[in-house]
Design a protein around this ligand. Structure first.
Ligand SMILES: NC(=O)c1ccc[n+]([C@@H]2O[C@H](COP(=O)([O-])OP(=O)(O)OC[C@H]3O[C@@H](n4cnc5c(N)ncnc54)[C@H](OP(=O)(O)O)[C@@H]3O)[C@@H](O)[C@H]2O)c1
Length: 303
């Protein structure tokens, strides 16, 4: 990493009351960045801030943010504008699994992490993981549309960054195009030259339509955490479109690793400290480094 003056940087992290998001805030604050820790629940968020401030990280402040609620998003943008006048780093971290899980049943299966990661456990977990339509909608609205809502609201402030704005979209291994059985969808999403936000939205709409009609398998969607997978595929595609549109910014997406948190019912094997390393590295990139890339933890990888 080159030398950038972190002491004068302002960051926003979404979904940061716990898990990887909380740790991203901690690691950025240790580097001297002023961080707005956001959470949809006022108490959970302000409690998290209090603990960080008590530990000596005085430059962490709280603001409420539900990424599904436009008025909450607008209120955050207004807060950042009036308090700091600009933004240097946005970490879109908030995420939902989009499924209903029989946690005891899942534990009883005793699936090893490698099978989870490779998707080999798909058949075994079908009995304990349900994908209702409503959960799919919630997942897409949080992980994909939520990321877009927050980014769009904060872009005017990111454009005012004096140190080169950075957007880090926390993605997942499940985002990788090779995991989508349908070749046409894979090709469309992989064709960067012709990729647009509208195209990505259309694919997401088609997915939700197929989910509602019970046609996921028939139409070649990933059956392992279906809505979660497509939400992260869409986040990656959006990342690439944005990076093309704003060549002066550093806009990347990252799989944080398989981390022990609530979102995977604590099946993850890595610590949050290690999981936050990739997102934090990308938040603090120096000028001239990557944009429009996908990272597997701290290593650049293929979409
Ligand atoms: N853990 C892993 O192995 C892993 C792997 C790949 C990718 N990821 C990604 O890493 C990110 C962080 O996940 P995590 O593992 O730290 O899970 P986590 O501990 O469950 O954290 C998820 C965070 O997102 C917040 N959130 C959910 N819906 C929200 C909304 N509508 N508005 C604002 N915040 C919302 C949650 O808030 P509440 O506390 O209010 O629910 C929580 O703070 C996610 O994007 C996830 O997809 C994780």
């Amino acid at each position: 990493m080159g030398s950038i003056s972190t002491e004068s940087m302002y960051a926003v992290v979404t979904g940061a009351n716990k898990g990887i998001g909380l740790e991203i805030v901690r690691q950025l604050a240790i580097q001297g960045v002023t961080v707005v820790l956001t959470a949809r629940d006022e108490k959970r968020g302000s409690d998290a801030v209090s603990l960080l401030v008590q530990s000596g990280l005085k430059k962490v402040v709280f603001h409420q943010l539900d990424v599904r609620d436009q008025s909450s998003v607008d209120s955050l943008a207004e807060f950042v504008k009036s308090r700091f006048g600009r933004l240097d780093i946005l970490v879109n971290n908030a995420g939902a699994s989009g499924v209903v899980v029989d946690e005891e049943g899942l534990r009883a299966l005793n699936i090893d992490p490698v099978s989870w990661l490779s998707g080999k456990a798909t058949d075994a977990v079908q009995g304990v993981i349900q994908q209702p339509y409503e959960k799919g909608v919630e997942c897409l609205d949080t992980n994909y549309y939520g990321c877009k809502r927050v980014t769009e609201a904060l872009l005017p402030l990111l454009k005012l960054s004096t140190s080169g704005a950075r957007i880090v979209n926390v993605s997942s291994l499940r985002s990788e195009l090779k995991r989508i059985p349908n070749e046409q969808i894979r090709n469309e999403l992989g064709d960067l030259g012709n990729l647009t936000e509208e195209k990505v939205d259309k694919i997401v709409e088609k997915f939700l339509h197929d989910l509602k009609q019970g046609k996921l398998e028939e139409n070649g969607w990933s059956l392992m955490l279906p809505s979660y997978s497509i939400s992260k595929v869409a986040v990656n595609a959006y990342t690439r479109v944005l990076a093309k549109r704003y060549p002066d910014m550093f806009i990347n997406c990252v799989h944080p690793g398989y981390v022990n948190t609530d979102i995977n019912w604590h099946t993850g094997t890595m610590t949050v400290e290690d999981g936050a390393k990739g997102p934090v590295m990308l938040a603090l990139l120096s000028n001239g480094e990557f944009s429009g890339c996908y990272f597997d933890q701290t290593e650049k990888s293929g979409f």
